[in-house]
Design a protein around this ligand. Structure first.
Ligand SMILES: CC(=O)N[C@H]1[C@@H](OP(=O)(O)OP(=O)(O)OC[C@H]2O[C@@H](n3ccc(=O)[nH]c3=O)[C@H](O)[C@@H]2O)O[C@H](CO)[C@@H](O)[C@@H]1O
Ligand SMILES: C=C(OP(=O)(O)O)C(=O)O
Length: 420
């Protein structure tokens, strides 16, 4: 199993290119199932999750060609509208196949996503919403089995309001509604930039969508969608992770293609902490000197502070001046990195949803274990500032969602290597 070996203590300097967003590329690969014409995605990141999604759609009989960051998907034919457990267990985003399959082929069998380290993550809202659009759905033997009633060839538009804001739920409804009969209104919709990016791709495919980027999205269903070429939006979480890494090491860097307008909550906190961060043409520039000041925050849906940045910012807080309270409101079990950060010398106390971080002057290298994607990133950041050697074990989590992270960090001057 691959590990990362980091020798801490170097300030990150230079330029890094931010890749396309995992959380946009995954639904967009599924959106290509909505048409029988080829769809081309550009700026697709090199990630294990993308490879898994490609395997998943190929397994359905769809043709997928990849050339560097360009992926061409041709779903003219489909042999089986099925997402088996073996492929779904490592990646929750596979549930995004449900809406498009049901909308275009009238049936779908998708395994319930596997258990996840950060919380129970049910998909009840996805099921309820698609049922309201006319699908018959049963959950049996770990599979969501969905089909249209006999005699019906299309889902029907509906007014949907989920109990909580759900990102992939909104995406499933958005994709399903594009081919439904009549109008669908999504209230309480997620507003993440990845939703907007998906909506723009669907519009390029001929969908009629309004209100994306707000909490109320309206979709007028059309009979068919056509092919399109779409550029995947930059990964705001990868950019935020690099911002925290540069800030923690007291460095200076330009994040090319980074979108400051998608990261306002994180950038505000970095500025309050004492870093200089500015949007520049084509990217984000950051400069930090000495120890920053720890910042309290509470994770919430976009445009609030993203839960996917909580662990990385906590690593930064761990070596800042002062103390700060971090509250996680989205997932019930997303402090798994805390115990590992303690092994590096951090001072953090967790009580329920709240972690109290007391910044320390130094961390000391040790072997730590990655437990989920962003937890892994927080351990890498801590390793970059810790004295001596840090080994981050189980980095398959990191490979799910970061595009060649260690190579990018080496490009910024970090002493980091992948070992077996
Ligand atoms: C592939 C992808 O885009 N993943 C992102 C997506 O995950 P994902 O879309 O899975 O997260 P949701 O927005 O759905 O989850 C928000 C909350 O709602 C709950 N919930 C959700 C659906 C449902 O049917 N029932 C239910 O109870 C979840 O358990 C969680 O507590 O948004 C999360 C929140 O920003 C991010 O951390 C993930 O990186
Ligand atoms: C939780 C995450 O992803 P996923 O929903 O794919 O598990 C994440 O990107 O931090």
């Amino acid at each position: 199993m691959d590990k990362l070996l980091i020798r801490g203590g170097r300030a990150l300097q230079g330029e890094v290119r931010i890749s396309g967003a995992k959380n946009a590329a995954l639904p967009e690969l599924c959106a290509a199932l909505l048409t029988d014409e080829p769809v081309v995605l550009e700026n697709v990141p090199h990630l294990q999750d993308v490879a898994t999604m490609v395997t998943l759609v190929r397994n359905m009989g769809v043709s997928v060609e990849r050339d560097e960051n360009r992926v061409r998907i041709d779903a003219a034919k489909l042999s089986s509208p099925e997402a088996p457990y073996e492929l779904v267990k490592t990646m929750r985003a596979s549930v995004l196949a449900l809406g498009p399959l049901l909308a275009r082929f009238g049936e779908a069998t998708v395994s319930l996503p596997g258990g996840c380290a950060i919380g129970s993550r049910p998909v009840d809202q996805h099921i309820k919403g698609l049922q309201a659009m006319g699908a018959e759905i049963v959950v049996e033997h770990g599979y969501i089995i969905a089909r249209l009633p006999q005699g019906r060839s299309r889902l029907r538009g509906a007014a949907l309001r989920t109990d909580m804001i759900t990102v992939t739920g909104t995406e499933n409804f958005l994709m399903a509604a594009c081919l439904a009969e009549g109008e669908t209104v999504l209230e309480n919709a997620a507003q993440e930039p990845e939703i907007t990016d998906l909506a723009e791709m669907l519009i390029a495919m001929g969908a009629r969508i309004q209100g994306h980027g707000t909490s109320r999205i309206t979709i007028q269903g059309v009979e068919r969608l056509h092919g399109a070429t779409h550029q995947v939006v930059a990964d705001r979480i990868e950019a935020g992770t690099f911002l925290c890494a540069v800030a923690a090491t007291g460095g200076e860097a330009l994040l090319r293609h980074g979108r400051a307008d998608h990261l306002e909550a994180v950038i505000d906190k970095l500025r309050d902490a004492g870093a200089q961060v500015e949007a520049v043409p084509g990217g984000i520039r950051i400069r930090a000197q000495g120890r920053l000041t720890a910042q309290g925050f509470r994770t919430t849906e976009y445009p609030g502070f993203p839960t996917d940045m909580q662990a990385q910012f906590m690593a930064l807080n761990a070596i800042s001046r002062g103390a700060a309270q971090v509250t996680e409101t989205i997932f019930e079990n997303r402090f798994m990195h805390v115990n590992e950060l303690l092994r590096l010398g951090a001072k953090i106390q967790v009580e329920g949803k709240v972690a109290l971080v007391e910044g320390v002057e130094r961390l000391s290298g040790a072997t730590v274990m990655a437990t989920d994607l962003r937890a892994s990133a927080s351990l890498v950041i801590a390793g970059l500032v810790a004295e001596g050697e840090t080994v981050v074990d189980r980095i398959y989590h990191l490979d799910r969602g970061y595009d060649r992270m260690e190579a990018k960090l080496r490009g910024l001057g970090a002493d980091i290597e992948r070992i077996k």
